[in-house]
Design a protein around this ligand. Sequence first.
Ligand code: PAF
Length: 285
Amino acid sequence: MLLHKIAEVREKVKEWKKQGLTIGLVPTMGALHKGHLSLIKKSVDNCDKTVISVFVNPIQFCPGEDFEKYPRTLDADTKLAESAGVDIVFAPTPAEMYGEGHILSNDFLTYVVPPFFYTDKLCGKSRVGHFDGVCTVVNKLFNIVQPDYAFFGEKDRQQLIIIKKMVKDLNIPLEIIPCPIVREDDGLAMSSRNKYLNPEQRKEALVLKDILLNIKACYNSGIKDVEALTETAYKFLKSCHNLEYLEFRDKNDLELKKVADKDTIVFIAVKIGEVRLIDNISLDS
Ligand code: PAF
């Protein structure tokens, strides 16, 4: 069922709650791919009812980013979601979420602002205000859908860590379920933004997983010093790869690591042409 109005979702949720059914929420910006489908499957398998939101959230895009050109494929998304067992596809307009004339500046909208320590690094460094926009919309979705479980991909690992922190700090009564990264056959992490890559860039995009897998192999062979592990990346980088960051951070609080251990996540962002790609790997196991 495709719903556009908050009131309609609330009505359905009320009915489900009365019947004692558990609700899973998969927040998305649409352009669904196998990565999203893995989150949906986890929710459908574990919850009585599954809601996905499809909303390209204007307040998490910075000026000059791809808000206008972000792929919008609601018809295909709805079909795909429903055939995967989703009960409600919630696709509000910006006006429905933020009010008519949706005045999005923080002079007029109540924002949920995660701690600076978590947002001033990695993607937050080049995308100032991005995680405020994410936390604000995710919080609104939690209030609208009141899920028991919410499913987030480990591909956006900084986002996942920040949302977990928000849920803990604000005592939001639900459980966040992290879901592993889904990759194409050649190892590229699935992302709606992969559509922007031309065939040449698509090949070059493999540099992210090449670097991460090599670091993990070096770590497993006994190299723990982060400087030494970082050095191993340089043999993969070409002039067409614009490395934005390669950082080793703690999986819970994003503290920088000097010595890698099982709690370390290696985060990478590379710009290939105009396309910014991110990936990460856990050094655990
Ligand atoms: O990861 C995303 O697609 C978005 O950041 C999210 C969580 C749906 C919020 O708009």
